[in-house]
Ligand binder design. Sequence first.
Ligand SMILES: [Zn+2]
Ligand SMILES: [Zn+2]
Length: 175
Amino acid sequence: MDSPKKPDPIRRFETACRQRGIPVTVQRRRILEAILDRTDHPTSDQVYASVKKVLPDVSRTTVYRVLEMLTDLGLLTKACTPGAATRVDPRTARHHHLVCLRCDRLIDVEDAAVDHRIRPPDLRQQAFVIEDYSIYFTGLCAACQEAEKASRPSKRPKRPSARKAQSPTRRAPRS
Ligand SMILES: [Zn+2]
Ligand SMILES: [Zn+2]
């Protein structure tokens, strides 16, 4: 059975291009398609790597430019975390993110209760117009919590081959 599968974003992309007089090229479509099914918020470089598998001749610059274009068209959003590379996000509806401080994983989270509690700051002084917001909750993902637990000495299962590292080797004699 083949589902009539022309995902909405593709249709929105075609419409947006038509409205702006931008040609709908195979390349542009492939780049968008490469992102649509991803929930891991890839970096532009990661998008480039996966697009290259289907379009071996594509250049990094082209991918970057198309990503910018898709963002301008409102088909992608950018997720920015301080100190990390910008990530692309095919989810354009408001949602928030859990950011793992250890592995940089970015996980989508949606909770209407969060939105209800948000009260935009008074920005009359700054003459700033807020268009949208997104909240980043930082912490540790499940995998990293496990890794953290495993690396904690108290929880480490005793292995017969475990090295004893208690006796400090005195190498630099104090003067
Ligand atoms: Zn993690
Ligand atoms: Zn997201």
